[in-house]
Design a protein around this ligand. Structure first.
Ligand code: FRU
Length: 494
């Protein structure tokens, strides 16, 4: 039975979607149908299609009562909106259906697992969220919340764990008919931990172990965990709140963290031996992965951040889009990311230049655009000295520009959107240490009207940034202080 609250949301989104013109949205990144979007939820392949749900307030372009928005795609790039899947309409989730995930059940149904939120007055007189885990089942369009919800609550928590921060279940099938999930939680020491639960059927859950604990090392609370085997290693992804920078890593207050290590299935514990940020740009948070039918581990993230999400003004009709889905792999013990290979079928109008040597500002015929895939390969243009600085400026006209600049002597790549047209002075730049020898650097830049994702050195690092620059600003120019030699290959994405 569809509740009144959900019917109302479905009516509202259908009517107000029509107020947003296609050109006001990104071309192939999923943006909120209307209102506000944050985390990706329920990313899964079900009944022949990719399903992507998201944290959704249809009524305003700011965070509010959390619904689950819903879209489907055949290729991870062309998305079709479906009616909102869930609304906060039950006693156990009346203040929000928070983030979660999905799996296909063997009986053909689609199982969603999410956090139900209820705000309650506590003994100290303060109002605080009580968070529990709930499930719903459906057919890819309509979902019914389980009558025995919640399936995990305070009685399932280890001693001292907080009921106020217990959220974002990520479920997976163990392949033998049983299921596991990881859930973010605040431990007795006030920082994050990831709890592991198991289930024979997806409905009946039992605590297994504390998979990993933050102990204040990486920020405080860890949000949106994901845990999977990739290229023979176990990977734990989380989005920690309140990170402190370490050198060039972790400069977003709400950051992203990738831990790579070993998993002991007996004890249910994870031992990390490598850590890195997932994204080194400004706008990326709350990642979630799924497996494609051909076995690729694909990750998507909210292409925004809690520290920057007021970049657009609240009067705008929509706020929030997802990153491009990215294929993950491990090379030399690090996480690598590449845009999904499906993107290649959107490439058109190739323009290429090879061995262009320059030492000032240049523009190149046919190299422009705001919905493009551009590969740059740069190196020193002189045999006996390495240049001082290289920059590529894009989304550019007389008034605006966003820039990537590289200083080879420091090995620092910087993204700068100070002149991108935002009236708000929030986080304009991010600098990242990259791998480079003799001024050599490879960049692949994906632009989709309001965003840039830069894949550095074949995906060794990624820098993501939103820019709400006037879409008519589509110029691109290159700058060198010293002599740079460059190859450029650019495609329009259509
Ligand atoms: C992460 C997050 C989640 C929560 C959701 C609420 O961005 O804070 O932890 O479930 O957003 O919308």
């Amino acid at each position: 039975m569809t509740s009144q609250t959900l019917r109302e949301a479905r009516r509202y989104e259908e009517a107000s979607e029509k107020m947003i013109r296609k050109e006001e949205r990104p071309e192939f990144h999923l943006s909120t149908r209307t209102g506000w979007m944050n985390d990706p939820n329920g990313f899964s392949f079900y009944n022949g299609k990719y399903h992507l749900f998201y944290q959704y307030n249809p009524y305003e372009s700011k965070w509010g009562p959390m619904h689950w928005g819903h879209a489907v795609s055949q290729d991870l790039l062309h998305w079709e909106y479906l009616p909102a899947a869930m609304a906060p309409d039950e006693a156990y989730d009346r203040d929000g259906c928070f983030s979660g995930s999905a799996v296909a059940l063997p009986d053909g149904r689609h199982l969603l697992m999410y956090t139900g939120v209820v705000r309650q007055r506590q003994d100290d007189g303060e109002y605080r969220d009580i968070q529990t885990q709930c499930v719903a089942v459906g057919d890819g369009m309509d979902y019914e919340k389980y009558e025995a919800n919640p399936v995990l609550d305070k009685t399932d928590l280890p001693e001292g764990s907080s009921v106020h921060d217990f959220r974002d279940p990520k479920i997976w099938s163990n392949g033998d008919g049983t299921y596991s999930c990881v859930v973010a939680n605040r431990a007795a020491d006030g920082t994050g931990q990831i709890l592991l639960f198991t289930s024979p059927d997806g409905f009946d859950w039992k605590f297994k172990s504390v998979l990993d604990a933050n102990r204040g090392r990486f920020g405080l609370m860890w949000e949106c965990p994901d845990f999977f085997l990739l290229d023979g290693k176990w990977v734990l992804l989380t989005s920690p709140q309140d990170m402190l920078p370490e050198g060039f890593e972790y400069h977003n207050g709400n950051g992203t963290l990738c831990l790579i290590g070993d998993y002991d299935g007996e004890t249910g514990t994870f031992a990390e031996h490598h850590n890195q940020a997932i994204d080194y740009g400004i706008d990326f948070y709350a990642s979630q992965t799924t497996l494609t039918p051909d076995g690729r581990r694909v990750m998507i993230g909210w292409m925004q951040n809690w520290d920057t999400c007021s970049l657009r003004s609240p009067e705008e009709k929509w706020l929030g889009q997802m990153s491009i889905p990215r294929e993950l792999s491990i090379r030399d013990g690090r996480l690598f990311q590449q845009p999904v290979r499906e993107l290649e079928s959107m490439r058109a109008n190739k323009v290429a230049y090879h061995d262009i040597t320059f030492s000032d500002v240049i523009t190149l015929d046919g190299i422009q655009g705001r919905t493009i895939d551009m590969e740059l390969s740069i190196r020193s243009g002189s045999p006996d000295s390495v240049y001082q600085k290289f920059a590529v400026r894009f989304a550019q006209n007389d008034q605006y520009q966003t820039a990537l600049s590289f200083r080879p002597h420091e090995s620092v790549l910087k993204v700068d959107r100070k002149f991108s047209g935002s009236r708000r002075a929030i986080i304009h730049q991010r600098r990242s240490l990259v791998n480079s020898k003799n001024g050599e650097l490879k960049l692949r830049m994906i632009l989709d009207r309001f965003s840039v994702e830069v894949f550095i050195n074949d995906g060794e690092q990624v820098m993501t940034a939103i820019m709400y620059t006037d879409p008519l600003a589509d110029g691109i120019s290159f700058f060198a202080d010293g002599k740079v030699t460059m190859d450029v290959v650019k495609y329009d994405l259509i």
